[in-house]
Write a protein that binds this ligand. Structure first.
Ligand code: AHG
Ligand code: MN
Ligand code: MN
Length: 338
């Protein structure tokens, strides 16, 4: 906790900027704009039950899923904020098939690109359960002054310069990293500011929570089934059985496990040979945060998520993330039984 004096997100960003001797403030401006869009989305999420913003918009997004109105609203807000920052030359969003490039002269000079899941956990909107936003920021690889191109977005996750999420939960929080630890800010609605509430978050090396959609059990590979049974076994020494917790919003499931210790798994299934979650705007940013907090993120086959070379914007990847010892154990069992 930050003590008595409130530190707002903007104060914190500016303070950190001075630690980078050559920083010109571009990344700071970008993060500030994300914070502003987050407040606007927070406002809409909180009145979702009151106004006619709920329900299907009718369109089907690029994943073949029907879009909710808040998905579209959040997408527009973040795109608008990132464009307005003038530091970002383009984005890749879950809600758009192709990259969105910002082509005015100011934005073409932007040094950064952003990948984003504007509204994560959208099946939970209608039922008042926590949802989120996930983002990753990269330096572009194409020359400044030109339009952003797809290669700017197909960079390995280890090249992220910042990543974070917003959780719209019992309170709204923004959690982010620039590669120097993870810090969390809670929105104080009375002053409309994100305030530093969780300084340098460290995740436990071992936890007692496992999070997986067990409805898919019969479709999981044998090693995953064995790991689930391992979590459920009685063993005093290792505090098993673990508790099963699964919200169905990656942001909320990850956030809980980050603070309490645990493992989140979204394996391959018979129907989804690459799992469900998307590398660019779900797994990479969450993996960066997990590692920065002392945790681990892999594809369950021994590959670090951040080292996977993306081949497509909406690429899916199996995802194992959380407390280091738990991810290691899951991988060990998968490797034995497959
Ligand atoms: P989104 O709402 O952005 O499409 O993401 C939903 C994702 C993720 O938040 C969650 O972890 C996962 O889908 C849940 O999937 P299942 O319903 O298959 O468990
Ligand atoms: Mn999502
Ligand atoms: Mn989404």
């Amino acid at each position: 906790m930050s003590g008595n004096r409130l530190v707002t997100l903007n104060e914190f960003i500016i303070e950190k900027q001075s630690q980078f001797p050559y920083a010109k403030g571009e990344l700071s401006r970008l993060l500030s704009h994300i914070g502003i869009a987050a407040k606007i989305v927070h406002r809409e999420v909180n009145k979702a039950g009151l106004v006619d913003i709920l329900g299907e918009v009718g369109a089907v997004n690029v994943q073949g899923e029907s879009q909710k109105k808040l998905d579209v609203f959040a997408d527009e807000q973040f795109i608008g904020a990132l464009k307005g920052s003038s530091e970002c030359c383009g984005i890749a969003s879950e809600e758009n098939q192709d990259i969105v490039t910002f082509d005015d002269d100011l934005a073409k000079n932007g040094r950064y690109i952003v990948t984003i899941d504007p509204l994560d956990g959208s099946s939970n909107i209608d039922v008042n359960v926590s949802i989120g936003t996930i983002f990753a920021i990269f330096r572009r690889v194409t020359p400044i002054g030109h339009k952003a191109e797809e290669i700017d977005f197909l960079q390995e996750g280890n090249r992220q310069v910042a990543a974070g999420y917003i959780i719209y939960g019992s309170s709204t929080m923004l959690v982010y990293t620039t590669g120097r630890g993870v810090n969390g800010f809670t929105l104080d609605p009375s002053i409309g500011e994100f305030c530093l509430s969780h300084r340098l978050i460290k995740t436990p090396e071992t936890g007692e929570i496992y999070s997986i959609n067990e409805g898919n059990y019969i479709k999981f590979p044998k090693g995953v089934k064995k790991y689930i049974k391992y979590c459920q076994e009685n063993d005093k020494q290792t505090d098993r059985p673990y508790s099963s917790r699964y919200i169905g919003s990656l942001v909320a499931d990850f956030h809980r496990n980050l603070l309490k210790g645990g493992i989140f798994l979204y394996p391959i299934t018979e129907n989804n040979p690459n799992g469900k979650l998307r590398l660019l705007y779900e797994c990479n940013p969450i993996a960066f945060l997990a590692e920065q907090a002392g945790g681990k993120a892999t594809d369950g086959r021994g590959n670090r998520i951040l080292d996977i070379k993306p081949e497509a914007l909406h690429q899916r990847v199996p995802f194992y993330v959380g407390s280091r010892n738990m991810v290691d154990k899951a991988e060990e069992m998968i490797s034995i039984y497959e």
